[in-house]
Design a protein around this ligand. Structure first.
Ligand SMILES: Nc1nc2c(ncn2[C@@H]2O[C@H](COP(=O)(O)OP(=O)(O)OP(=O)(O)O)[C@@H](O)[C@H]2O)c(=O)[nH]1
Length: 199
């Protein structure tokens, strides 16, 4: 609370949000992002380096704009994560319900996230993707649910980028979570950051 400046920025007036999508390779981060922003499913696997997408939509009677950074899952590029973590306001953390190791990787990402952010509360939406392939599931729903409930300000959805199941809900939820945080704490301002550097 002490780190935030409530005086200059009115959270209720903020309508642009910056979100990073993270998770292991091939879990469907790009497919989820592109399904939400462009309404199509990408069938072909093409490892991401870094892509940004924007979309405006109505949420609870107001127009919000979301900028989504689709990050790389490959090990080589995980060093970039820290930078993304510093900059983004909310995080969509994706695993594949078909691959347990991708679920286990979420815990490492969250650990790093809290270390980098140095905040008690970070807006997160945890996503178990590829539920259209439920017959091959390795991660039960209740494990995802219970991991999400162990973090403050974290929602959980199981989704399918392919069949567009819960895709909108994932992105609506992250905006709601960010707004919730700002409602409680106030938005950080540039002035506040500069003051911190001078001190
Ligand atoms: N059946 C099914 N396949 C999916 C789903 N989401 C993604 N895929 C497929 O999984 C593969 C990997 O998807 P991507 O979206 O490229 O995965 P990514 O997490 O962005 O991968 P990186 O760029 O390596 O980090 C692609 O072949 C997608 O078509 C889904 O919900 N269901």
């Amino acid at each position: 609370m002490g780190k935030k400046d409530k005086s200059n920025d009115k959270p209720q007036n903020k309508n642009k949000f910056f979100v990073a999508v993270m998770g292991a390779g091939s879990v469907g981060k790009s497919a989820l992002t592109v399904q939400f922003t462009q309404g199509v499913f990408i069938d072909k696997y093409d490892p991401t380096v870094e892509d940004t997408y924007t979309k405006s939509f109505d949420l609870d009677g107001e127009t919000v704009c979301i900028e989504v950074l689709d990050t790389a899952g490959s090990e080589v590029l995980v060093a970039m994560r820290e930078l993304y973590m510093k900059n983004a306001e909310g995080f969509i953390l994706v695993y594949s319900i078909l691959v347990r190791s991708t679920f286990l990787e979420i815990k490492d990402i969250v650990e790093q996230l809290f270390r980098v952010k140095e905040e008690e509360e970070v807006p997160i939406v945890l996503v178990g993707n590829k539920i259209d392939l439920d017959a091959h599931r390795e991660v039960p729903t209740n494990e995802g649910k219970s991991l999400a409930s162990s973090y403050p300000n974290c929602d959980f959805w199981e989704a399918s980028s392919k069949d567009r199941i819960n895709v909108d809900n994932v992105f609506y939820s992250i905006v709601k979570r960010i707004k919730e945080k700002y409602k409680n704490e106030g938005t950080p301002t540039k002035e506040k950051k500069e003051k911190c550097i001078l001190m």
